[in-house]
Design a protein around this ligand. Structure first.
Ligand code: SF4
Length: 383
């Protein structure tokens, strides 16, 4: 009997892994819609108009999500004519890889070029049996956190659900065939909850057994704190994990580090985080980027302890690493150890996040910024 299951394709070997070269980025003049941006009902109608059975939709999904197909031509269990019609009407993926860097610790960073020539970053981390992809949800970011390269220049636009999902597909293609993505963190460029509908659309497919099959409990969404959205996120009834980027233990300091805080305030954010914890039963993680002499001093650790003590909270401490053009500096090892000790002695669970991909600018937004400032952008081809 003929085996019609999709065949997985080898990870590509032709990606550019150079950390030096800067190639021109071109805008695609291809007007075909990427398949992941076509609503399931529209695709079903398109197939019906061509006399195709509904099962074709499932076949297409299997080729994309199980089979790692990169062209319609590879979908050998679809009739040749249908493959040709699909290729004439749609692109399989709307984005492609503009840059691919590999760190000495095995971290991969991709700079993806979108259909309109904008670029976003995603990162693949390989640790023990975890394969984690970190994705972006916006081009740029409107939150303006002072230490972050992604926020410089503000937000350009939201990503579509398909563009969010495609980052996972590109990252997954870097894995050997016997490995799959096990974890997803939405901590790249952009404020995920400011692009709520597209985010949920992408997460639904990422966590579906018919999609990428990443367990909802292994999906973490990180926010600077949009209280209404945090509550809506809690109300979904999903097992997604929530991380709140705090970075300061009081409003006065947080207003300086996360400018949007002056409209929301810590109290409303913590209330919404408590609501999430009560509603879902899931512990909330608080992210805290440590900036030398700004928010890394013992009184800050003491205040943070008071703020979080008694809450079901875990703190991820992230020592800042220098970003060209920004005035902040990494804290000393002693200051880091003191900060951790104060939190722990106050009964707050805390961990220092290991830095991955240090040699490839893996911190959020740095690669995109390097590309933008290298002034190679943007040449239009095919006009
Ligand atoms: S840290 Fe996150 S929320 Fe803040 S500016 Fe950067 S991408 Fe936006």
């Amino acid at each position: 009997m003929k085996d019609n299951r999709p065949v997985a394709f080898d990870p590509p070997t032709a990606y550019n892994t150079s950390m030096q070269t800067v190639e021109p980025i071109s805008i695609s003049m291809d007007s075909r819609r990427p398949l992941l941006e076509v609503a399931p009902d529209d695709l079903a109608a398109w197939l019906r108009e061509r006399g195709q059975a509904p099962l074709r939709t499932r076949q297409l999904q299997r080729w994309i999500f199980d089979g790692r197909a990169v062209s319609f031509d590879q979908m050998s269990d679809l009739p040749k004519r249908l493959r040709d019609e699909l290729a004439a009407s749609f692109r399989l993926l709307g984005s492609d890889i503009a840059r691919h860097l590999v760190s000495s610790d095995g971290t991969h960073k991709l700079l993806l070029r979108l259909r309109d020539g904008q670029v976003v970053e995603c990162v693949l981390l390989r640790e023990a049996d975890r394969r984690t992809v970190c994705i972006s949800t916006q081009v740029g970011c409107g939150m303006g956190c002072v230490f972050c390269a992604s926020g410089i220049g503000g937000v350009v636009r939201n990503l579509t659900g398909g563009e969010i999902l495609e980052q996972m597909l590109h990252a997954r293609r870097l894995l050997p065939l016997d490995e799959r993505l096990t974890h997803l963190v939405v901590m790249g460029m952009g404020e995920p909850l400011a692009n709520f509908d597209a985010l949920l659309e992408a997460l639904a497919i990422a966590s579906s057994p018919r999609g990428l099959g990443i367990g909802a409990r292994h999906i973490t969404v990180s926010t600077v704190g949009l209280p209404n959205r945090m509550r809506q996120f809690a109300d979904l009834g999903k097992q997604y994990h929530l991380a709140v980027s705090l970075h300061a233990p009081n409003d006065e300091l947080r207003n300086r580090i996360v400018p949007t805080n002056d409209k929301t305030g810590l109290a409303a954010i913590l209330d919404a985080a408590d609501y999430f914890q009560t509603k879902t039963g899931r512990q909330v993680t608080y992210e805290y980027v440590l900036l030398r002499d700004l928010n890394d001093l013992p009184p800050h650790a003491g205040e943070l302890t008071k703020l979080l003590r008694g809450r079901q909270a875990h703190v991820n401490l992230i020592p800042f690493n220098d970003v060209e053009g920004l005035p902040y500096r990494r804290l000393t090892q002693q200051a880091l150890e003191d900060f951790v000790a104060i939190l722990r002695s106050g009964g707050v669970s805390a961990k220092v996040r290991k830095r991955k991909g240090a040699d490839i600018d893996a911190a959020c937004g740095q690669l995109r910024r390097a590309a933008l400032t290298a002034s190679e952008l943007i040449s239009v081809q095919g006009v």
